[in-house]
Design a protein around this ligand. Sequence first.
Ligand code: SF4
Length: 548
Amino acid sequence: MIWSMRKLTPWDQITHLSSCPVYGDANGGAWFGAELKNAGYDGIILKGQSAKPVYIYIKDGVAELKDAGSLWGKDTYKTQEEIKKEYGDNRTQIACIGPASENLVFYGNIMSEWGHSLGRAGLGCVMGSKKVKAIAVRGKMKLPMQDPGKFREAARQAMEEVKEGFLSQIMHETGTAGWVDSAISYGDGPTKYYTAGTMEEATNISGVTMAEKYQTGHTACFGCPVRCRKVLQIKEGKYTYESIEGPEYETLIAWGPMLGIADMSSVVHMNELINGYGFDTISSGASAGYAFYLYELGVISDKDTGGLKLTWGNIDAAIELIHLIGKNQGFGAVLAGGTKRMAQKYGRPIGEAVQTKGLEIPMHDPRAFHSMGLVYATAPRGADHNKSDGFQVDGGISHPDLGLNAGDRWGDDKAEMVVISQNFRALTDSLGICHFAAIPFTLLLGMINASTGWDTDMDKLLKAGERIFQLQRALSCKLGITAKDDVLPELVMRPIPDSGQEGHVPNMEKMLPEYYTLRDWDSASGKPSKKRLESLGMPEIAASIGAK
Ligand code: SF4
């Protein structure tokens, strides 16, 4: 398991893990990454497995292994509170797991602060299997910097640009939840487990509604001028809160319309519970959605669910499922394995499980934006909306620096756009830059060169992005992935005429071969070619996977 932290805010983790059979990584916001660097570390490698629960405490370059017996079983909020109390220092930053990862829920997250997640690929479950409850860091060490003056000036300009950017302003006003209304009109938000294109009532849980009725403030990750995260006050509904961090778009849809639910108080409550247990809202919501779907079909009954009536819109049943998943108990233990294993358990066609390579598709329906079909089919860790800018570009958020401008969302000429944006996201994830911080490339270059002393340029950096992406692919191939795994599940290839999708489905037969040509991947093995890997400076990787 490898952690890596670069110069800016978000932090990353890479692993070969349990929840996807392939390569997995995740990154997150908050303050942990910056504090880790201040504590004198660029990364931490955890090897082996502890016999008893432990946590790691790092301060100013000194690391200690501490007993975590009293923390085991505690939720992610309490865990952080107790560690901070122990050191009497509220600025200690903590990455921890909750009961879900202790109980080896396959999509367990690593969590930090109030709901910041290293989500998706089950990285918390890996920590849980090692009995590592948390990593706590604190430091005031000096950061090495080649040219601090130049860096500060480039960073100042980047801050100005980010603050004034169109995307930043939208994100500040409505956060990621602002996409809910767009999702309704585009048919982008999976509804009733992909069987409906939209649910008009979802506007009750949109970012605009949040801003108008519930929002009392904003919070931000380390040094971020956007402040996209929302503080809410919920005075009406079954679950009330005086002050609470609001859910993100993915959670709102996955535990909302996915299950036929559109109630703000309930989804806020569900988000709070899930973050406390510490598991992935996307994979869990999709697994719950699949259970509701199977219940409707009559494939499963009250006998399977332990008496829960999984009818669309049943909020109490959804909440009970959250507790069962977090404890990995009863019917929750079935959902804790994800949709692919659920389909196998119930003898269902595998294309009914809406996932690729074992990872559930996020809350952007590929029938609304065809580029996402290609993104999901080819992303190294399985279905992954964050490894490209597909829906954002065709939804109007362009990247003129990269030559990516909005096109027909149902167009099937998306291979080049997906390749470029995947390379770009591999680069920005590696640099530790938030997707919502639209920093012009020239300023990014200025910061990189000033901090490192390099003399790099845009072409070299994009090449580095490609190198990362192809390396991740090579790792997946080494772990058994072939071209046959680059498929979209059949359920999302069924047209839905009466919604923002207007009956469109992505033409994978056209897009995928074009993508393979651009990537230089073998059409049967799916491996990157020897020539391409060598041209990217990775001859040893080519040899290791037997590339031709
Ligand atoms: S824009 Fe990104 S870095 Fe800033 S607060 Fe939002 S998620 Fe965090």
